[in-house]
Design a protein. Sequence first.
Length: 392
Amino acid sequence: MRVIGMISGTSFDAIEAVAVDLALEGDTLVADLRAHVSAAYPPDVHAAIAASLPPAATTIEAVCKLDTAIGKRFAEVADELGGSAFDGETDVICSHGQTVYHWVEGAQALGTLQLGQPAFIAERTGATVVADVRARDVAAGGHGAPLASLLDVLLLGASPDRVRGSLNLGGISNVTVVGPDRAPLAYDIGPANALVDAVVAAETGGAEIFDTGGARAGRGTVDPELLAVFLDEPYYALAPPKSTGKELFHLGYVREHVDGRRISSDDLVATLTALSAETVARDLRRLRVADVVAAGGGTRNPTLMNELARRLPGVPIETFDVFGIPEACKEALVFAIIGFLTVHRLPATVPSCTGSRRASVLGSVVPGERRLRVQDGAVAPSSLTVRTPVRS
Ligand SMILES: Nc1ncnc2c1ncn2[C@@H]1O[C@H](COP(=O)(O)OP(=O)(O)O)[C@@H](O)[C@H]1O
Ligand SMILES: [Mg+2]
C-alpha cells in the first residue's frame, strides 16, 4: 500500500513527510521507504502559528484560518511527494497536522488539538486521509503520546535481552524503553530544544529559530545555580506515563526562572542545553538503559549530543540511520504506519506506553475519491523490517 506519513512537530520548523510502501507479510510489517521531504511553512503561516501558541491568547477566527492554511500546506506537500514517489497514486495519507494545544493536568491528558484540516488533503490528492490521530488514545485514558512508541517497540522488540532506549530530541524529549521482564514504557521527559529555540528566537527577533550546530551553547558557560533552579520543575518528578509540551515549556517559563539574574544569552543557551542533556541522562541512568538510538533535530546539535554522551559513559548513542531510517523522517514514518494500521482497522498504540486502558485504532478517516483496497485478514504486526534506500 502506497502511504504518506506527515507531521510538523512542536518546533514547527518543517513539515516532515515520507512516502513508503507498506505491506504485512504475516505479522511482519515491511516498509519500503521511497522518499522523504522536509518542507517549511510559508513565512506568514509560520508567524501565525508562533503568534497563536500558548501562552498567547488567540481567537476562534485565527484558529479557523490556521486550520485552513496548515491543511492546505500539508495538502500541497502531500500532492508533490505523492506525484514524485507514487505517480500521484497515493492510497493513504496520514497527517498528524500541527499540535496547537496539548491539555495536561498533572499526570493526566484531558484533551489534545492538532490543526491542519484533512479535507483539503483528501480533496487535492484523491487519497484516503487519516487525521486527528492522538484524540482516540486520550479518550481511552492515555496521553495520546508518545505515538512513536509503536514503531520503537516494533523495531527494538517488546522484550529484548538488554534494556534499550529510543530517544527523540524534538521540541520536547521523549523516550521509549524496552527490556527483558518489563512492559515497554514511554513518556515525554522534558524540553529538548523548545526552551533553547524560544531564547534564540527572542534574542534574534525571529531571524534565527534555533541554535545552529549548538554554537551559542558551545560558546557559553553553564550556570550551575540556574540549572538547579530549572531542574526543580515538578513535571520531572511525576511518574510515567506522562506527556508535556510548549503549554509548559515556553519563553515566559524561562524568564520566570531567570527571575532577574544577570546572565549573558550564550550562558543562558548553554544552561538550557545542559538542562536538556541532564533531564534525559538522569532518566536513562535511572531506567538502566544499556544503549540508545536517537532521532530528532537535537541529534544535529553537537553541543547537546556531547553533553548527553558525557553524562552517559559506556552507553552507546546511535541514530535511527542504523535501521535505514534517516533520523529526520522517523516521526513521519510513525504516522505512515499509523495510517496503514487504521485503514486495516488495526490498533496502533502500546497501552503501557501511552497509559491508555486499551490499544486503539487511531484517527478520523476522510474518504478519498480513489477507492481504497485493503489487505484481507491483516493481523497486527509484531515486528518491522525497513528496506532502504530513501532519498531525502
Ligand atoms: N543543525 C541544527 N543545529 C542545532 N539544532 C538543530 C539543528 N537542526 C535542528 N535542530 C533543532 O531541532 C529542532 C527540530 O527538531 P524536530 O525533531 O523537527 O522537532 P519537532 O518534532 O519538535 O519539530 C529545531 O527546532 C532545532 O532546535
Ligand atoms: Mg520538526
